[in-house]
Every structure is written in structure tokens, then in C-alpha cells.
Design a protein around this ligand. Structure first.
Ligand code: LMR
Length: 337
């Protein structure tokens, strides 16, 4: 080989090595978009995942968390994930119905989970795992379930009995089960993105809504709602999901490290959720802006009576077998409908 050619080769291989090093130095970016405040169970768990993932991959992965619908609103974030514009989300379980996976709306059924234990035995058992598997047909993968908590109802008028809902315009997530739930109470459900709820309540576009206290508080909804009822009538939780192609394309060692970080973030999310809700509720109560009402046993019975028929009505949509499987888990834990 001539001297000039040899030098040329050396320069070329040096440049290639340099490019490879530069490429290696570039971290893989995971954009994690969500619609709630950083100060919620989901917001805090997303930050925990970021910290663990970045530390354990020694900077090979960078997690960018975008809270408060900064990037996308509810429906758009699903599309963005499928297109690969973001890599990770934690939408509420209600938000999978519009994607065509109606089974997830089972989580929206009023009074289906008698307790967190029942919920946990569903999400951590074969029922929950089987549901996450269904996401794969949509180009997604489910990594975990994260808790928020049980929901309360709010409005500008007291909601003690089912008949108090008559004619109330209530904001809901886009779920046919939640629609049926509000109609069973005589309310007029209105689907709306989470980021628009505060203003809609403030301007009277809707009269009320349902939320776990942590969401109500961090969105300042208590400033624009005079009354709330501690009904715990339904559950709000999340599935952490990723773009399947992206996730499967990660180097195996990195993916394993990230899965470990996710498992730990899940334990964290589920450990703090109740406290976050309790604290949010206590702060709202102390502010005196919303009056919080605890149902009497007799009133609760009326709610249950009005809402349990929603299970039967929605059976064809969410799946009878799935509902039976959940009832069975509940009964194993001593819960009776
Ligand atoms: C809602 O839209 O009410 C919730 O899904 C928001 C959330 O993610 O907690």
C-alpha cells in the first residue's frame, strides 16, 4: 500500500472511530409525556423513573418528562406514542377504550373494586397481565400499572343522593362506561380533555366532574367547585406504556436496566398514591373553598343501587368473562356485590 493511501486509511478509520464514539456518547432519549401535575402520584413516579433510569444506565438513557399536557392532550398523546413522537406515557385506564381496547373500561365500572387489595390482585394477576398483552396489537407495550386512587364527585351543588345529579353536566374521560355511569345517575356526561377541565368548571361549561382528590387539588378544581362528595365510587389508575418498536429495539442490557427502574418506580407510585390523595384532600378541606360531604350508609346504598346496573349494561362492551374474573378476585378477598 502506498504511503498516501495508508495515511488516508488511518484518517478514515480514525474518523469512523470518532463518529462511533460520538454516537455512543449520545444518550437514548425517552420522552415521557403525561397530563397531570408533577405533584401527583403519576407525576412523582415519572420523576422517580427518570432519576433511576438515568442513574442506572449511567447516562446512556435520558428521560425527558413533560407534565401537564405540555406536549399533548389526552387523545393526542396516544397517537404520538404510536407514531413514535414520544416513547412513554402513563394514560389512565379509561383512555384505552377509544383505542379499540374496550376491556380496559372494566376499570371504570362503578363499585367494581371493593378495595385496593381487590384492585391489586387483578392488576398483578393473570387478568391484568393479559390485558397489557392486548396492547401489543396496537404497537404498544404495557410495562406496569400505577395507582392514583378512588374518585370523588364534585359540583357547584351538593350531590348526596342520585337524584341530585339530575341535569348536572359532568365532565368525564372518553369512556363509554363513565358515560353510562353518569347517565345512570341522571347527569349529562361531557367528554373533555383533562387540561380543559379547570376552565370548563370555572366558566360553567360543565357543572362538575369526578376525580381522585390528588387531581382535583393539583388542578385547583376546588377553587371552582363548591361541593364534593367522598363517594369513592370508582377507581382511577394508569398503565405505563411504551412504543413497542422502540422498546424492543433497545439493547437488551439497557432494556433490562430500565425494566428494573420501572419496577422500582411502580412500587414507589403505589406506595405514595394514597398519601398523596389524603394530603390533597386535607389541604382542600383546610382551604374552605369546597365543602366535602361524607355519604351516610343509607345514601351510599342508594348510589350502589343506582350504579350497579351499569355493570350489566356494559357487559357486552367490556366482556362478561373479564367482569366475572374480577368478581371472582373480589369474592376471594371477601367482597360481596
Ligand atoms: C383524567 O382525564 O381525568 C385523568 O385521566 C387524568 C389523569 O391522567 O390522571
Amino acid at each position: 500500500m502506498k504511503f498516501a493511501a495508508l495515511v488516508g486509511c488511518l484518517v478514515a478509520s480514525c474518523m469512523a472511530a470518532g463518529t462511533a464514539m460520538a454516537q455512543q456518547a449520545q444518550p437514548i432519549v425517552i420522552k415521557f409525556s403525561h397530563v397531570v401535575s408533577p405533584d401527583t402520584p403519576k407525576g412523582k413516579a415519572a420523576e422517580r423513573f427518570k432519576a433511576l433510569a438515568e442513574e442506572r444506565t449511567k447516562g446512556r438513557v435520558k428521560v425527558e418528562v413533560y407534565p401537564n399536557s405540555q406536549l399533548y392532550k389526552d387523545k393526542e398523546e396516544m397517537e404520538a406514542l404510536q407514531l413514535g413522537a414520544v416513547q412513554m406515557l402513563a394514560p389512565s385506564l379509561a383512555k384505552f377504550g377509544p383505542l379499540g381496547i374496550k376491556d380496559f373500561e372494566v376499570f371504570d365500572l362503578p363499585f367494581i373494586f371493593g378495595s385496593k387489595d381487590v384492585l391489586r390482585s387483578v392488576t398483578e394477576g393473570p387478568v391484568g397481565t393479559g390485558m397489557l398483552k392486548k396492547l401489543e396489537g396496537k404497537g404498544l407495550m404495557g410495562l406496569a400499572y400505577w395507582d392514583n386512587g378512588f374518585k370523588i364527585m364534585s359540583s357547584n351543588k351538593p350531590l348526596h343522593k342520585p337524584e341530585d345529579f339530575k341535569g348536572q353536566k359532568m365532565r368525564i374521560q372518553s369512556s363509554k362506561v363513565l358515560d353510562a355511569q353518569m347517565r345512570a345517575l341522571g347527569a349529562l356526561p361531557q367528554v373533555m380533555a383533562f387540561s380543559e377541565v379547570y376552565q370548563a368548571l370555572q366558566t360553567g361549561v360543565v357543572d362538575g366532574t369526578e376525580n381522585p382528590p390528588s387531581n382535583m387539588f393539583t388542578q385547583k378544581m376546588h377553587e371552582v367547585q363548591k361541593h364534593a362528595t367522598l363517594s369513592n365510587h370508582g377507581y382511577l389508575g394508569y398503565a405505563v406504556i411504551v412504543n413497542k418498536k422502540f422498546w424492543e429495539g433497545l439493547p437488551a442490557d439497557l432494556r433490562a436496566t430500565l425494566e428494573g427502574a420501572m419496577n422500582e418506580s411502580t412500587r414507589f407510585a403505589n406506595a405514595i398514591a394514597q398519601t398523596e390523595n389524603d394530603e390533597g384532600l386535607a389541604t382542600m378541606k383546610a382551604s374552605g373553598k369546597t365543602e366535602f360531604y361524607a355519604l351516610t350508609a343509607a345514601e351510599r346504598d342508594l348510589w350502589v343501587k343506582a350504579l350497579l346496573p351499569v355493570h350489566k349494561d356494559m357487559e357486552a362492551r367490556v366482556g362478561k368473562e373479564l367482569m366475572q374474573a374480577i368478581y371472582k378476585e373480589a369474592e376471594k378477598l371477601g367482597f360481596k356485590y
